[in-house]
Unconditional design. Structure first.
Length: 114
């Protein structure tokens, strides 16, 4: 059974940084496309960033230049480094692992105060 477990959310002031981590248990991590989505109150769930097994990345326009996604296959973990955070980045962030089907984590809250 595949488990996806996020950590690293919290409260930060605008302009600050946070790093989210996402560990995958129970499967071969390196074969997965990994990514982060987020959902803010009253807004649609949106893709934030994704990374393929080969390391190719994709970002939402709203986070380009501020967020970086990277993975450590030896640790079965993907990270989302978030810099220059804005209040509009406030959301629950969900990690996923995709290879055929999609496995989701439980979500971690990120709150950016102005």
């Amino acid at each position: 059974q595949v488990q996806v477990v996020e950590s690293g959310g919290g409260l930060v002031q605008a302009g600050g940084s946070l790093r989210l981590s996402c560990a995958v248990h129970g499967s071969i991590f390196s074969i997965y496309v990994m990514g982060w989505n987020r959902q803010a109150p009253g807004k649609q769930n949106e893709l934030v960033a994704s990374i393929t097994s080969g390391g190719s990345t994709n970002y939402a326009d709203s986070v380009k230049g501020r967020f970086t996604i990277y993975r450590d296959n030896a640790k079965n973990t993907v990270y989302l480094q978030m810099n220059s955070l804005k209040p509009e980045d406030t959301a629950v962030y969900y990690c996923y692992a995709r290879q055929g089907g999609t496995h989701w984590g439980q979500g971690t809250q990120v709150t950016v105060s102005s």
